[in-house]
Write a protein that binds this ligand. Sequence first.
Ligand code: C2E
Ligand code: MG
Ligand code: MG
Ligand code: MG
Length: 272
Amino acid sequence: QREPAPSAQVRDARAQDAAVALDKIRLESELREALERRELEVRLQPILEISTNRVAGFEALTRWTHPERGPVSPADFIKLAEETSLILPIGDYVLAEVCNALRRIGGDGDAAPFVALNVSGRQLDDPGLLDRFLAALVAGGVAPRRLKIEITESLVLDYERVSGIIARCHGAGMKVALDDFGTGYSNLGHLHKLEFDTLKMDQGFIRQMSDPRCYAIVRAIVGMAHSLDCDIVAEGVETELQLRQLRELGCRYAQGWLIGKPLPVPEALALL
Ligand code: C2E
Ligand code: MG
Ligand code: MG
Ligand code: MG
C-alpha cells in the first residue's frame, strides 16, 4: 500500500528544513574559507580591577564579518564550528592571535595583564590541545600564567573530566576560569573540589542587581568565591550603578560595555 501524499503543510516544512540544512552547509564552507583567509578577528574586551580602576587583563572574543551576510554572531558560528570540528583549527588560530597580543602587551611579574581564552568542550576532547597551547606560549616567549582558559559552566556536569583539565592546565602553569557561573549547571557539591582560579558570574545576575533579592545572591556569590580563594569577575556590567554595587560588595573584577567593548588589539593596548 502506498503512503498518502504529504500535505502541502508537510511539504513546506520539509522544504524549509532542507533550506536550513543547505544554508548551514554553505555557512560551514564559508567559515572554513574565512579561517584560511584569516578573516576571523580576535578582539580583546577589557577586564577592570574595580578597586584600582586598572585594566587587569582582557577576554579574547572572536569576530567574523561575512563579506555578504555581515557580522555573524559567535553564538552561531562557534556553535557551527563545534558541530563540525572546525573549532579545532579556529581554536589554534585564536590562540596564536592571543599569544601575539600577549607579547605586544608585554610586561612580566604578577601584575602583567592576562588574556582569557574561551575553550569549548569539543576542543578539550582533543588530548593534544594543552600541549599545543603550551608550545605556542613558549615559542612566543609568553609566561603560561598569563593565559587563562575559560571553561563554560555546562561542562562542569562532568566533574571528573573538568578536574583532570584543571590539573593539566595548572601543571602547565595556565590559569582556569569557570565561565557563565550561575546559569544552572554547576553542582555546588563539586565546586569546592574544583580548583578554579576565577569564577565569572553570569551577566544575568548583574542585569538584575537592582532587585534586592538578586543583589543578595550576587553578594553571596562574591563571598563564596572569596572563601574558596577564587577571583571573581562580574560579566555584563553596563551601568555605573552596577559598578558601584559591585565595588560595595568587594567584587574584584568587572567586564562589560561600561568598561569597554571587545576592541581591536591596538585599541585594547592603548587602554593599558
Ligand atoms: P562568553 O565567553 O560568556 O563571552 C561573553 C559575551 O558577553 C561576549 O559575547 C561579549 O561580547 C558579551 N558581553 C560582554 N559585555 C557585555 C555587556 O555589557 N552586555 C552584554 N549584553 N553582553 C556583553 P560574544 O562575543 O557574542 O560571544 C558569545 C560566546 O561565544 C562567548 O560567551 C563564548 O562562549 C563564545 N566565544 C566567543 N569567542 C570564542 C572563541 O574564540 N572560542 C570559543 N571556543 N568560544 C568563543
Ligand atoms: Mg568567556
Ligand atoms: Mg564562554
Ligand atoms: Mg560568559
